[in-house]
Design a protein around this ligand. Structure first.
Ligand code: AMP
Ligand code: ZN
Length: 463
């Protein structure tokens, strides 16, 4: 039975979508004022794992990931560079999609941009005004009155009595101590340069929180199944999204809230403001492979903190290589003789699924996969596995990889000249010309090919 930890009820609940076999999910996307750091990417990889696992379970997934291309940070950035907001955010949008591709993150069905969803935001704010939950301040901005929404705090545990009377906040980000009525529509100020929209609400721009309410409702409807983000999004962002959406529609907004914990460096959250961040580009330049970074980011359970170190990436690299080696060994099995692997695969498959069903328990799922590989590797080394069993294992791995996305099934190819050398060495071995065989082995090694001899044949891998 598939279960997720719901941040709203603060317990694990069995998962059932509103519509039988379709899951609608909203994932808070990037604020495009800089390149994504790998803390952000951890959140996107968690969401990708969730999406892929839901598909593995047979659900159709409709995922929305927004692009926050107008907010306090993007405006500040464009002013600093003295270019238009559109031009400023454009390069980070492009970089974001490149990062997703490099990390083999599946594409969402919709990537709405805040700047293109302004009319929907205006409509939502108008509903809140009509329902008496919003008001115009003396600064002409429109605020959400959190005291009027009786469920305010249900996600983050914020208690309304902690509220400072009459206080308002117009910045997008603030902590619980500073919780107040927050801005839905920010009246134009000189600080916004030329970023504004002339609307029925006056000249101005949206607050960050209303953007996600409008973009999710637009693409997924007033009620949907899953909403995710990093834990830092719980307050105020997601708390405010609930207040705005439920305040406007009168319906329960989202059934399941899933939050991933932070990626940290030296005990602190990786963030742009602390300056302790790596972008994907930084890490690729250091020579780390995309698959090893992806594996590292997904192999810690999403609700645990992930401490990022270069040592951990190197360890992940070794684990990914182990998959590749296993796959090339399976591809090399030629003999029809050998034992069947049906039972072994069935056990591995149900262990993987049982672990993932339990709130995506990836650590347990990977341990069971590792145990399976150990057993199968032993059979391969003893040349006890038949070709048809090897093929069945490969197709099982393919299924698992539809969730993990880190394995490579492309058979590695060698140039003819190198294959000839391997053959020449095989001949030398058969003739017991060990000197020649060793010389060829060394030559191949100097060309980046490592050999390992089996009873009747030889395997090679690129190093
Ligand atoms: P932002 O671009 O700041 O709006 O963040 C995009 C996503 O990354 C949000 O879901 C954040 O919660 C998440 N996020 C930001 N920093 C981290 C971090 N250090 N670890 C994990 N997720 C993060
Ligand atoms: Zn959001």
């Amino acid at each position: 039975m598939l279960q997720f930890y719901n941040s709203l009820s603060k317990k694990k609940e069995s998962f059932k979508p509103i519509k039988d076999s379709e899951v609608k999910m909203y994932t808070c996307g990037p604020t495009v004022y800089d390149f994504a750091h790998i803390g952000n990417l951890r959140a996107y990889i968690f969401e990708d794992l969730l999406r892929r696992y839901l598909k593995f379970k047979g659900f159709k997934v409709v995922q929305v990931m927004n692009l926050t291309d107008v907010d306090d940070k993007t405006i500040k950035g464009s002013k600093k560079e003295n270019i238009s907001l559109e031009k400023f955010t454009e390069k980070f949008k492009k970089a974001f999609f490149e990062d997703l591709k490099v990390l083999n993150i599946e594409k969402a069905e919709f990537y709405p941009e805040a700047t293109k969803t302004i009319p929907e935001m205006v409509e939502l704010i108008k509903k809140l005004l009509k329902n008496g939950l919003a008001y115009k301040g003396d600064d002409k901005s429109i605020y959400f009155s959190i005291k009027k929404f009786k469920n305010y705090g249900k996600l983050s545990g914020f208690k309304i009595k902690e509220l400072k009377e009459g206080a308002r906040v117009s910045q997008d980000e603030y902590d619980k101590e500073n919780a107040r009525d927050f801005a839905l529509w920010k009246a134009f100020s000189e600080d916004d340069g030329n970023v504004f929209w002339e609307t029925e609400l006056g000249k101005g721009r949206p607050g960050w929180h209303i953007e996600c309410s409008a973009m999710s409702i637009k693409h997924l409807g007033e009620q949907f199944d899953i909403h995710t983000g990093g834990v830092d999004n719980k307050f105020p962002h997601h708390e405010n999204e609930i207040a705005q959406s439920e305040g406007a529609t009168g319906k329960k907004f989202v059934n399941f809230w899933l939050h991933c914990d932070h990626l940290i460096v030296d005990g602190q959250k990786m963030s742009k403001s602390l300056g302790n961040f790596y972008t994907l580009r930084d890490l690729l330049k250091k020579g780390f492979s995309p698959a090893s970074l992806r594996f590292l980011l997904l192999s810690t359970h999403y609700r645990s903190k992930l401490n990022f170190t270069e040592k951990a990436v190197k360890e992940a690299e070794i684990k990914v290589e182990k998959f590749d080696e296993f796959i090339s060994k399976l591809n090399a099995v030629k003999s029809e003789k050998g034992i069947k692997a049906k039972k072994l695969i069935e056990t591995a498959s149900s262990d993987f699924e049982n672990a993932m069903d339990d709130d995506l328990n990836i650590s347990l799922a990977l341990t069971s996969l590792n145990d399976f590989m150990k057993e199968a590797n032993k059979l391969l080394d003893e040349e006890k596995l038949s070709k048809s069993s090897a093929e069945k294992i490969l197709s099982f791995l393919n299924e698992i990889n539809s969730v993990l996305g880190v394995m490579s099934f492309e058979e590695q190819k060698l140039e003819k000249e190198l294959l000839d050398l391997i053959e020449e060495r095989e001949k030398a071995r058969k003739e017991k010309d060990w000197k020649k065989a060793d010389e060829i082995r060394d030559t191949l090694k100097s060309k980046g090919i490592e050999l390992s001899d089996t009873k009747d044949s030889v395997r090679w891998k690129k190093i």
